[in-house]
Each structure stands twice: as C-alpha cells, then as structure tokens.
Design a protein around this ligand. Structure first.
Ligand code: NOJ
Length: 972
C-alpha cells in the first residue's frame, strides 16, 4: 500500500484528511498496470521471448550451445564440462562451465556459469563498484541441506555425442546429456519426464564491451541499435522505465532455459500470483494469458485477479503433474524472472512407451542476471516432489501455538486504550482470538522501535492486560529507517554503514512511510547483528514476552523507486547489485527479525512469530506470509483459496489472506463468508485499510456476530488438527491445506480443482462459500470412499469424480468427513488457544467403507524448542474391527523420554470423548472397555442407529485415558 504521505501526521489529523478525501475516492479500483513492466518493457524478457520466437520459426534452428566432449569428467556423483557458446558466424565461442550434481536424495542440480565473468575478466561501465561475477550466492540464503552427492551414481554410457548417468534410489533415474546441442533428458524407469533445452532456448548473454557508436550527424536519422552480430542491443546498456534509468554497468547478462515436462498437462507453483492453481498458458489464445508469469517482488497497489503479474513474494519452484506422476524443478535465481508456459500435444517418443500423458507442458525460464542453477525432482508423487524441495530449502517451522489461532488486526488500533477495549469486547461477546495487531500508527513519527507518545502512553499496561488474558500483541516493523538525526536507529544505521548503497556507493535514500528513509542491508552479517540487538526487551522498551513482529514493505517497497522498489544498480553487502538479489531481499530482512526475536533476552529461547509480506524459497523456515492488499469483494475472497493452496504446494504453507479484504468495506454477508473461509487459512487474520470502517466481529450484530463466532469456535475446536498439520508440514513439507491433485494424484478430473481443500490428513473436505447469494455448493468427490456431512453425519450420495450438492445457508460451512480418518478436537469454547492448552480432547472417527480409520495428533508446549529434545506427544490412532488404539507414532517407548514441565502437565490431559461416525450396527452396545497404563476400566457408549440418511454413530463418553499414553478401547 502506498501513499504520498511522507510527513508526520498525528492520528486525528490523518483521520480528518482521510475523511476529506473519502468522498473523492473511487471505490477500490485496480492496479495501475503501467506502473509495472510488461515483458516487452523489460529488455531481457523481450529479448528472450524474441529469441524463442526465432527458434520456433526457424526450421533449421541450431541451438548454439555444445558441450566439448573431451572436457567431460565424472567423479563422485558430479559431472563437469565446458559448454561452448558460438557467438558469431566466424565460429568465435565463449566458455560456460557446467556442473551436474547427482544428489543422494535423488534430486539433480545443474549449474552453468560464464568463465570470463567467473575470472572477473570484464570491465564495468560508469566506474561502478559492483561485483564482476555473476551472482552465485542465492544458495547461501536458500539451501539448508540435501546437497550430499550420490557417490553411487555411475556412467551408464559415454561417447562423443552423449553421456548417460544412472542415479538415485534403486538406480531408477537416468540423465542423458546430449553434447551438440546441449540437452538433458531426465528419465525415470526408462521414461523421459523432464527435458532441458529441447526447444533450444538456452541463452546465456555473455559479457561484451560496449562499442561506442558515432552520434548521428545533423539531419541524419539515428541508426538502429544493432550489435555486431545483428542483435537488438537497444536494451543492453541502460534501460528507462517510468522515468528511472537503470545504468546496467555490466551490460546484458540474462540467462534463459526451456524446460519441458513430457506428458504433463498441469503445472503448479511459482507463487505469488493471482489466478488458478493449475497455471495457465502465457502465450495468448483463448482463456490464456499473453504475458509470462513474472517474479519480481513488488508492492503492487490494488492488485488485479487472474493475472500473471508479479506480487510481493516469489518461489521459483514448479511442480508438474499427470495421472500417477509428479516431477518438479527449482530455479534458484534471485533476480527478476519470467516464466512462459505453453502446452502442446505430446509427440510420440519411443522412450515414453507406457506413459499416459497426451500433453507436454513447455516452460521457458528467463532471469535477468546470475548463474543458471536448477534443481530437478523426479517424484513420483506430489509429496515426494515437495519433500525433495523442502529437504533443500528447509521445512516450515513449527509455529508458536497461538499463531494458528485467530489474529485481529486493522490499520489501525489508535491507542493502548483502544486495544484494551477491543480485547475486552472479544471477551464480552465470548469470541475467541489470540492476537491483536498494531499497524503503522502506533509509532512515534514513523520511527520503528518507538511508541506514539500521546496515544500509546502505556504499552506495558496494554501488553500486560493481553498477557493476563493469554493473548499476544504483534507490532509492525518495516525495513526503512527514517532519515532523522537524533533517531537512534538512523544514527546507528548510518554511522555503522549498514544501509543499502546507491550506484555511486553513497547511502541510498528513498521515500517511504516516514518520508526520506534508508534501508537496512540484511545481506550484511553485521547489519543482521545490529538489527537483532534492536529487539532486546531493554532496547525496544514497551515490549513484553507476548510481543511479536510483523515485517511489511520488505520487497522492498520504495514509493519513489522504479516499480515502487529499489533501483537495480543499488549496491548491497560485498558489492552485489540489487538486481542480483532483489527477490531474496525480503527474506533476508525476515530472517534478521526472526533472529532478533530469538535473542531478545539471554537464556530465553522461544519460537519467534514473524509475519512477512515478501518472501522467497526458504522463507517457510521463518514464519508466516499473507497475500497483501486484497480487496473487500467476492472475487478476492474466491481468489484467496488457490493462492493459499499454491503456497502449500510451493513449500510455504503458513499462508493466509486478509479476512474481510484490505481495501473497502465488506457487507455483512461477505464478511461472514470470509470468516467461514478464513478458518481454513493456515494463517488466519482479519485486517483492514485505514480508510475502512471498523469491522470487529462483535460489531456486526445478529445473526452475523453469532455466525462468525461459531466459525471462529470451529477453528479453535480444530486447533489440535491444524497443529498436527503444521507438524506434518515441518516433517516432510506436506501442505497444511491440501489441493485435490495432491491428495488424489490419480484422479484426473480433480487436477484443476482449486476451490476446495482437505485439512491436513484429517479427511475434512471443505468448500467454503465464496459467492454472493450462494446457498449451496457442489463438492467434487475424489474417490469411492464414504463421505459424511461434518455437522449432520448424513451419508452423502457421492460418486467418485462427480460433485455432490451441499446446502449452505449463511450459517453453514460446507464440510464433509471422508471415511477412514480420525482427527482430534478440543470442544470446550474458550477465549484463546492458551486457555485451551490443557483441555481434554475429543476424537472424531469417520469410519471407512471397510470399517477402518486412522489419524494422528501432534502436540507440544507450543512455545519453546523443547520439542527438539523429545518433549512432544505424537500419537497414531487406529480403528480396526471393534478395537480403537492409540500408539506413539514415532514408536518411542513412554519411558524413553523424561517428561519436562509440559509433558508432566499433559499427564492429566485425557481423551474425553470419542465420536465414531459410521459405527456399524453391531456396535449397538452400552459399554466399551479401556486398557491403558496397566489399568482396565469400562465406559459408557451411546449408540444412535442410522436414520433418514444419517449414519449411525456412537459416542464413547468420559474415556479418561491420558492423551499421551498408549491405550486400547474395545467395543463390547
Ligand atoms: C501495507 C500492508 O500490506 C498493509 O497490510 C498495511 O496495513 C500497510 N502497509 C500499512 O502498514
């Protein structure tokens, strides 16, 4: 969100101005598209698209990149060689060293660099201080493991045309590298799945010196800017957009590669974009985009829907899927990147006998600078692909438990009294929430780490009230530091020289919320150390143990910069240009804050909670993201579901959208439906723009307040299931809310469905209502299992691959339970997650057609890192015949873990009730027998036979077995 406001404005003054202008404002408009580049306004994108067009239209197209056969070596899982790029008709070449690494995980990494730049044997223009090499440090911020080489991989064959390497688990994988032209064919079980450069679009813009041209004589027309080799060089040396000129001291240096997914019709990933989960084609045609998907983290004001335009974050990871098989790639490059997607008929390939896909998806990846660095994942399941990806980039952290509750935010709560009042009102109306947030206006003069002295006179008292109620506070901290002598953050930033510099090597000054400002350079380890020090309780006075942080504007957003961000020729630590690291910038800032939260006090090590707007591959390790400044309309509500699902596919599942919509005023129906949807966002926060009317749930009145309260209570009841899903995400990268292709990878008719979701492994299938005046929905059913309605236990008349209609009056959230699952709940409504911490559990069993069910529960103290020392409960529940069992899911012996404080307290937390939906009729009994911890006892069973479409169900009451202990229940 931008504004021209750079002055310090008091809250009241601001309100008056806002009120004045409100009448003049149009209802939420859409993005000013001309503020952001289209491909043909981004020189390197335009050049590479033109290159692709030439290749496609030239029947004799010969890609000019060949491996020198004699340069190929292979040792210990790694292949090295030289690619020669032929650059002109005389046959002159440039040398591009390539390394192909075969990793123990079965993933492969291909890197290509440019020898001359590696050797720094180039000249920079404009006396630039920038580094001469291609940027090769993205790995430093992104990759946290999984790089061990597969030393068992072997050369299956080699001649002067090709080398074939066999690798991966059971040697099922093979990479065939063709030398002339350079091409790689990745095969699994003998079939080709992924091809590099089969369309010949590999392009490495090598370094060259600028030839100064003669100025046209008077009366003469300027000659077209064409290089010696006939290429259009008009965008090689500098580029102007929106009045900003990029000086490009290194000249052209883009890289591009075509990657084809053979037999794959669907591709997912490369967030953050609006639009469908199954990505669209981008080269025009009916229903397609005509622009490539862009990844260039930006503060896009009033973003539009169904668009390949860039947004605030980027994860250049793509997953391709077809019936029974998933594969993926990760393009590790932090510069501006564009991806074109086209689909075509799969050619008959003798190597693809037996594959099912009829369509090839062809992608074309284009980045402005840096080395080429691509990882390949061979699946075969969606989960395998995601797991391989997060093994490299890290798993999403297990969050603070409160962070998966409901967050109440707006721009702005105007005083500490206001915060305390909202907090009390939630209690008065018995509405659960965990966190209240403070946006920009809590600051004194927009100086981070300060408090507005008139309206936030007692932050400690405010924090303490929240603490007493088991609640938390999140405050906004952005990366720009107001230029103001005497403001200690500014004084330190400048005197320690920790800010981003401009192309002249002076401290960079731009315009943001505080007016003139500087940006902390979190690529600099010293800047990170300094930033960390600012969060200490003693330094950031007024913060308490329940204060957490929101990082906004970290793309970075610069109001007067090109495309609302920093000039690309700015300089970061070690003299890397901003161009090279742009997409990493937000993550480095998020990381610095995350580290700051870990070191607030000596001896206190708690899980941070930091929300970020900008992100990159690896940000999942650090906290949550949200989808930025959406609008209070039905279309934005609908768009939030595929966006959140896609975050999960791309390994960063802790995601949500502003509930209610940021811009505008939702009517009561929309707000209600948004809450009913928001309960399925892993990150669940209501937020609103400063101009919008107050909309705390208790303000809506009957029946809306009650309906929203019921939705919130449902989320709170399901917190144990959500927390378990967060744990699963942490273990193997599984999305928290899961799309149909992910849970049912063989059901083709579900591959493009992105408006319904499964919650973790609970079997809960939800399809929130996202349309105005919509009172029923059709839920697509992925299999032959039985499905029960979540609240009535009705058995749905389902058919695999078909939809079933579910009534959805305003007070109803369409949710089904798939047979075969067991999930935990906590059914006593309370004010916050903290208040529920030691409540007993309810287990819901939805019996499958074959009479079985299984499920999981994970719990820990929700706050410390003690779970890393075994202080957690992880149960697997299983129903078979008449026996329901709970065992340690990690196979740990109860005595093997010495219980700490939390585990000891959990000894008194029990399974209270078990509801078995779909209980067979021979369960019509009054008693069940329980054995646990050396004791056996009987409890009551209430059995309700099936009637009028409703399944039979049994309720085992007052179970009394400890949640952390092994137990067996036998229905008499
Ligand atoms: C932009 C953010 O996207 C929005 O959520 C926030 O309210 C404003 N910045 C003000 O801080």
């Amino acid at each position: 969100m931008r504004s021209s406001v750079g002055l310090r404005l008091s809250w009241t003054a601001l309100l008056c101005i806002v009120a004045l202008f409100i009448g003049l404002l149009q209802p939420a408009a859409s993005v000013k598209e001309h503020d952001f580049k289209k491909c043909d306004q981004s020189g390197f994108c335009k050049r590479n698209r033109a290159y692709a067009d030439t290749a496609a239209s030239t029947s004799s197209w010969a890609a000019p990149y060949n491996i020198v056969p004699s340069s190929v070596t292979f040792k210990d899982g790694q292949l090295n060689a030289i690619i020669l790029k032929t650059i002109d008709a005389s046959g002159a070449t440039v040398r591009l060293p390539i390394t192909v690494s075969f990793l123990s995980s079965g993933s492969t990494r291909v890197t290509i660099d440019e020898e001359r730049r590696q050797q720094k044997d180039i000249e920079l223009r404009h006396d630039s201080k920038a580094r001469k090499e291609r940027y090769n440090e993205a790995e430093k911020y992104t990759i946290v493991g999984g790089l061990e080489l597969d030393k068992t991989s072997t050369v299956a064959s080699q001649d002067d045309k090709e080398i074939r390497i066999v690798y991966g688990p059971d040697s099922k994988l093979e990479a065939a590298i063709n030398f002339a032209p350079f091409e790689v064919d990745f095969r699994r079980d003998g079939n080709s799945h992924i091809n590099f450069n089969d369309r010949g679009l590999l392009n490495f813009e090598h370094w060259r010196a600028k030839r100064e041209k003669e100025e046209p004589k008077e009366g003469e027309e300027a000659k077209p800017e064409v290089s010696e080799t006939g290429e259009d060089e008009s965008t090689w040396w500098d580029e102007t957009f929106g009045g900003n000129t990029d000086s490009k001291p290194r000249g052209p240096e883009s890289i591009a590669l075509d990657i084809s997914f053979l037999g794959y019709e669907h591709v997912y990933g490369i967030p953050e974009h609006t639009g469908p989960l199954s990505l669209k084609q981008t080269r025009g045609g009916d229903g397609n985009f005509d622009e490539p998907y862009r990844m260039y983290n930006s503060d896009v004001f009033e973003y539009i829907l169904d668009s390949p335009m860039t947004l605030y974050g980027s994860i250049p990871f793509m997953q391709a899927h077809r019936k029974g098989s998933s594969v993926g790639v990760f393009w590790l490059n932090a510069a501006e990147t564009w991806v074109d997607i086209t689909k075509g008929k799969a050619a008959k390939n003798p190597l693809n006998v037996g594959t099912t896909g009829k369509t090839n998806t062809q992608t074309h990846w284009i980045s402005e600078s840096g080395i080429l660095d691509v990882f390949v994942f061979m699946g075969p399941t969606p989960k395998d692909v995601t797991t391989s990806y997060v093994n490299l980039t890290g798993r999403s952290a297990i969050p603070q438990e409160f962070a998966i509750g409901y967050h109440q935010c707006r721009w702005n709560y105007i005083s500490d009294g206001d915060v305390k009042d909202v907090d009390r009102k939630f209690d008065k109306f018995k509405i659960p929430y965990d966190v209240i947030w403070l946006d920009l206006e809590y600051l004194d003069d927009r100086k981070f780490f300060t408090w507005e002295p008139h309206s936030f006179t007692d932050p400690v008292g405010m924090g303490q009230q929240l603490l007493d109620h088991g609640r938390n506070l999140v405050v906004l901290i952005d990366p720009h530091i107001k230029k103001l002598e005497g403001y200690s953050a500014y004084d330190q930033l400048t005197s320690k020289n920790l800010a981003v510099r401009d192309k002249e090597d002076n401290i960079y000054e731009g315009w943001c919320w505080p007016g003139a400002a500087h940006w902390v350079d979190c690529f600099n380890p010293k800047a990170v150390e300094w930033w960390k020090s600012l969060f200490k309780y003693d330094t950031f006075k007024g913060t308490l143990s329940n204060t957490f942080i929101w990082n906004d504007m970290n793309e970075p957003s610069v109001f007067n910069g090109p495309e609302t961000t920093m000039p690309k020729d700015n300089l970061h630590h070690d003299n890397w240009e901003h161009r090279d690291v742009h997409n990493l910038n937000g993550m480095t800032f998020h990381n610095a804050t995350f580290e700051g939260m870990k070191s607030r006090k000596k001896g206190e090590l708690r899980r941070p909670f930091v929300l970020t707007r900008s992100f990159y591959a690896g940000s999942q390790r650090l906290g949550a993201m949200w989808t930025g400044d959406n609008q209070a309309d039905w279309d934005h509500l609908a768009a939030s579901i595929p966006m959140v699902l896609n975050q999960g596919v791309a390994g960063f599942p802790f995601a949500g959208a502003d509930v209610g919509g940021f811009f505008g005023n939702p009517d009561k129906d929309l707000l209600t439906r948004w809450y009913q949807t928001g309960i399925f966002y892993p990150f669940f926060r209501g937020h609103a723009h400063i101009d919008s009317r107050r909309r705390e749930p208790y303000l809506l009145g009957a029946p809306y307040t009650d309906i929203i309260t019921a939705a919130l209570r449902l989320r709170y009841a399901l917190l144990p299931s959500f927390y378990t899903a967060f744990f699963q995400a942490n273990r193997d990268g599984s999305p928290i809310v899961r799309p149909m292709f992910w849970t049912h990878p063989s059901e083709e008719s579900g591959f493009a469905i992105d408006d319904q979701l499964f919650v973790g492994s609970t079997g809960i299938l939800a399809k929130p209502v996202v349309g105005k005046d919509t009172f029923s929905v059709n839920i697509w059913i992925p299999d032959d299992e039985v499905y029960y309605d979540y609240s009535t236990y009705n058995v749905m008349a389902t058919q695999r691959g078909k939809s079933v209609s579910v009534a959805a009056p305003l007070e109803h959230i369409p949710m089904l339970m798939r047979g075969g699952h067991i999930f935990p709940r906590r059914d006593i409504p309370r004010r916050s997650s903290a208040a529920m911490r030691f409540d007993d559990y309810t287990l819901v069993v939805s019996v499958s057609k074959s009479g079985t069910a299984e499920g999981e529960l994970y719990a820990d103290d929700g706050d410390s890192f003690e779970h890393e020392n075994g202080q957690y409960i992880y149960r697997r529940f299983n129903l078979s015949g008449k026996t329901l069992q709970s065992v340690d899911a990690d196979g740990r012996d109860a005595k093997s873990v010495k219980p700490g404080k939390w585990m000891s307290a959990m000894k008194d937390v029990h399974v209270d009730k078990i509801i078995i939906v779909g209980a067979p009729s021979d369960w019509d009994t009054k008693e069940a027998e329980i054995t646990s911890e050396g004791r056996t006892w009987k409890v009551r069973v209430a059995y309700q036979p099936a009637e009028k479409g409703r399944a039979a169900y049994a309720t085992v009451g007052r179970v009394g077995a400890a949640i952390g202990a092994d137990w067996t229940i036998t229905i008499a």
